[in-house]
Design a protein around this ligand. Structure first.
Ligand code: TRP
Length: 360
């Protein structure tokens, strides 16, 4: 993430982010008061086990550790790199269902959507005045998204969405942002915006605190074909799948012809991936599982993986099935979250306008 050409203000190193992340973990364990988690997802459909083991489980852990939790359904970000918005309401409903099924508790967590909180979006205007075009164009994650979308021209929202993300985080004074490595440039951009806002508009008052990324320790899960796990590639175990669908998908997973099962992520990524999934689902180590299977081959590994995963997901899936029956409840959760977020965003925007002298 280090960019040698970047000015001091935007330069960051993974090591520094990791140190800050570790300090945060310590604070969470000792006394989480004063910490506020803000995180979110683009609503593009139902979630898979990569989302679950990579981020969702961690969010539930933070919530249960007593950290105040805000979760954003980032609907405006869906249109950063695609023209077709699709069935956004359906995608939002799927996302909400998965959130609640895995254990996000709407009594403790605030779940809300971008488009329903106008004051938070309005922060984007003063924030845009604090960043430069080269700074935005340098963001490696934005560049990668442009390339992945297969486009030559950068859309205005794609270029500026990290600033929008700063508004997401800062409107509610989120100070803990649990993210993967790819989101670090956005967190750094948010820190820069907070700092510049305080200096330039708030006359040195530390109105916006600089948030920290909380880097996940969870190993990355690959798709069952060895590529990145993604619903559109058909290589993902979705939380919403049945046990039979899960077993069938795992049976087709790519492996190798070596009968002796060993945990070797470098040389045997697909076999290692199945062992990792089994380990995450059963709370055991991948090596232990490999030793147990020995020379019984990949067929046995796949059955063990499916069984472990289905057992782990059973309560989540049962809850999911119940929630699916009650779309009215799901929407009431989102509406309550939207209201709470709007109250906080209104107060923040009022303060911002005040320090900027824009009160008439
Ligand atoms: N950009 C994030 C993603 O693509 C989603 C997101 C939007 C987000 N706003 C956020 C994540 C604020 C953390 C904090 O996954």
């Amino acid at each position: 993430m280090t960019d040698a050409a970047a000015p001091e203000t935007t330069r960051t190193s993974y090591a520094t982010a990791q140190e800050r992340s570790q300090a945060l973990e310590k604070r969470i364990a000792e006394d989480p008061s004063g910490l506020r988690v803000l995180t979110g997802d683009r609503p593009t459909g139902a979630l898979h086990i990569g989302h679950y083991f990579g981020t969702l489980r961690n969010r539930v852990r933070l919530q249960d550790a007593g950290v105040e939790t805000w979760i954003l359904v980032a609907d405006y970000q869906v249109i950063t790199d695609r023209d077709v918005i699709g069935d956004i309401a359906g995608s939002v409903r799927e996302l909400l269902t998965d959130y609640l099924a895995v254990g996000i508790d709407p009594e403790r967590a605030t779940i809300f959507a971008h488009s329903a909180v106008p004051a938070a979006n309005q922060l984007m205007l003063p924030f845009l005045s604090l960043v430069t075009q080269p700074e935005l164009e340098r963001n490696p994650t934005v560049k990668a998204e442009l390339a992945a979308a297969g486009r030559s021209a950068m859309g205005g929202l794609l270029l500026t969405y990290p600033v929008h993300q700063a508004a997401d985080i800062l409107f509610c004074h989120g100070n803990v942002v649990p993210v993967g490595k790819d989101q670090l440039p956005h967190i750094e951009q948010t820190r820069v915006i907070a700092r510049r806002f305080n200096e330039r508009y708030a006359h040195g008052e530390q109105y916006f605190a600089e948030p920290d990324a909380l880097l996940s320790e969870a190993p990355t899960i690959l798709g069952l074909d060895g590529d990145k796990m993604s619903k559109s590639r058909g290589n993902a175990v979705m939380l919403r799948m049945s046990e039979a669908e899960t077993a069938k998908l795992l049976k087709k997973a790519k492996t190798d012809s070596e009968r002796l099962i060993t945990f070797d992520p470098e040389a045997r990524p697909e076999v290692a991936n199945l062992l990792t999934i089994t380990a995450l689902a059963s709370g055991r180590s991948p090596q232990e599982i490999a030793d147990e299977i020995g020379d019984k081959g990949a067929g046995t590994l796949k059955v063990i993986a499916a069984d472990a995963l289905n057992a782990h997901l059973a309560p989540i899936r049962a809850r999911r099935a119940e929630l699916e029956q009650d779309p009215g409840y799901l929407m009431s959760v989102l509406r309550a979250g939207n209201e709470r977020a709007t109250e906080v965003a209104d107060a923040t925007l009022a303060h911002v306008r005040e320090v900027m002298g824009m009160v008439y």
